[in-house]
Write a protein that binds this ligand. Structure first.
Ligand code: NAP
Length: 491
């Protein structure tokens, strides 16, 4: 019998050069898989941290955990680094690993289809070029494209109107009246920052949010030096942050009023310390269970409503007019600049473009009833196609990168099998994927996320975004590649 054809590295395409795409490329380099190309539709790398440059943008998970464990950074200047510093970290990694030559900037993949006979994907770029790859790693991110609210007159505003993720740095805010729509994770960062320069900021709130203190602080120069000279200290810091969030996890994700009561009490006490007016406090107090929506952390969001130039508006928005925002009670709130802090289209739930797997099946059809994957990484019927930050891999309580790194390890395991056994493709068994997801959805019924509306859940109330359990458990389940879970096709 002839030996299977040996490839030193199957040809790989990574789609997206954000945190997951860059991290995946570094892991490929480290593992010796050197035949890869990265397609990035934007003109620069960085993903979220390239796009979100609004005033106050920063990570809301401590930086020593919100970074790649295999590329630790001793130099974070703050416990919660600003967006520009995170972007500089990512660009620095691209330079360090000489990834620039591998990245095709400004080129998007618009279609993908699998040829089972050749064990090969054909990808079509926006310029119509066909690119072939044995393996595709989709690193397109979960929260990328800005979502705008469905409000009448959206395009009618006469002044500059833009989304937090498309900040108009050419629009000075000094002396301007700024209207901010939304009170999520982006809003709590942008409102205090904009209030520093704008004449007036009016925040349009549909749902008040639970907020906890961030307790941000600079990392002293001496400490950074210690992290640099003794990497084990940096690792210890990372572990401390990780395990603290893991231990708090159940308070955040379980549907248990008894468990959420103490943390809600803490948040209410924080609100009392920040806002003196009881009526304003009442308006800012949420009525949903803690953890149901993304937890917000901020040292100065609530306090900013104590400023003379910041006002809260809780009346529903009726329409946008050329002069400002009209609320349901008929008042018009005039503004010079309109900021949409209204979140993102949720990419976990739909294919990033037309993807056709075995037998020409469309991923959009397979996911019509909800996006599912095996461990969020592999989809039955779509061989040699792997996803980072796929369905049910988001955390409610810790750094998403912990999950992403486990997915990278899983992909590397698959690549080694493909290479070492000379396989045509690996396709996760349908029964394995179904069993995995049935288990997830069973556990989902005990989670708090079903008790309110948020981007975590789809219009039908199903949750295909978050992982219902500890990150450590997800990591242990995912990082090992179990060959028995996959059907293998040989050449
Ligand atoms: P978001 O959490 O989805 O918040 C969107 C906000 O817009 C909500 O307050 C929502 O109100 C409001 N909204 C939407 N449509 C509206 C309408 N028609 N009228 C009035 N208000 C409306 O978006 P985000 O703040 O951009 O955050 C999204 C996710 O990105 C976060 O959960 C987080 O995972 C990530 N993020 C992370 C960071 C960080 O690490 N620093 C920063 C920002 C974002 P309702 O609550 O009533 O729906």
């Amino acid at each position: 019998m002839s030996a299977p054809p040996r490839e030193t590295s199957p040809r790989i395409v990574i789609i997206g050069a954000g945190f997951s795409g860059i991290g995946m490329a570094i892991q490929l380099e480290r593992a010796g898989f050197r035949d890869y190309t990265i397609f990035e539709r934007a003109d620069e790398v960085g993903g979220t941290w390239r796009d979100n440059t609004y005033p106050g943008a920063a990570c809301d998970v401590p930086s020593h955990l919100y970074s790649l464990s295999f590329e630790p950074n001793a130099d974070w200047t703050r416990l919660f680094a600003g967006a520009h510093e995170i972007q500089a970290y990512l660009v620095g990694l691209v330079e360090k690993w000489k990834l620039r030559d591998r990245i095709r900037l400004g080129e998007s993949i618009d279609e993908a289809s699998f040829d089972a006979v050749r064990g090969e994907w054909t990808l079509v770029t926006d310029s119509g070029e066909s690119v072939r790859a044995r393996v595709v790693i989709s690193c397109c991110g979960g929260l990328v494209d800005p979502a705008f609210p469905k409000i009448e007159g959206l395009g009618d505003f006469a002044g500059p109107a833009f989304h937090t993720a498309r900040w108009r740095h050419d629009v000075p805010l000094e002396g301007k009246r700024v209207a901010v729509i939304g009170t999520g994770a982006s809003a709590v960062q942008v409102v205090p920052a904009v209030a520093e320069s704008a004449r007036h900021v009016r925040v349009f709130q549909r749902t008040p949010a639970w907020v906890l203190p961030r307790m941000d602080a600079p990392v002293a120069e001496k400490q950074r030096q210690r992290f640099s000279t003794s990497p084990w200290r940096l690792w210890l810091r990372r572990m401390r942050v990780f395990w603290a969030s893991e231990l708090r996890g159940p308070l955040v994700w379980l549907d248990s009023k008894r468990l959420s009561a103490p943390i809600e009490k803490l948040s209410r006490r924080f609100l009392r310390s920040q806002v003196s007016d009881p009526e304003l406090r009442r308006k800012l107090t949420p009525d949903f269970q803690f953890g149901c929506k993304r937890i917000l952390i901020s040292d100065d969001y609530w306090a900013s409503f104590e400023r003379d130039n910041v006002a809260l508006e809780t009346e529903a928005i009726a329409r946008i007019t050329p002069r400002g925002v009209e609320t349901a009670d008929g008042r018009t709130h005039e503004a010079d600049v309109l900021v949409y802090a209204t979140g993102f289209e949720v990419g976990f739930r739909s294919p990033p473009f037309e993807v056709r797997g075995l037998g020409g099946r469309r991923l959009a059809d397979v996911w019509a009833e909800g996006a599912t994957a095996y461990k969020g990484v592999a989809i039955s019927g779509f061989p040699n196609w792997f996803v980072l930050m796929g369905p049910n891999t988001g955390p409610g309580h810790t750094s998403v990168l912990v999950y992403t790194e486990a997915q990278m390890a899983h992909v590397l395991g698959a690549l080694r099998r493909l290479r070492d056994e000379g396989l045509r493709y690996l396709d996760v068994r349908r029964s394995v994927q179904e069993r995995y997801n049935a288990g997830l959805q069973k556990r989902m019924s005990r989670m708090v996320w079903k008790t309110c509306e948020s981007w975590y859940v789809g219009p039908d109330g199903s949750n295909h975004s978050l992982y219902p359990g500890p990150a450590s458990e997800y990591v242990l389940r995912t990082r090992r590649f179990d060959r028995g879970d996959y059907e293998a096709a040989r050449f």
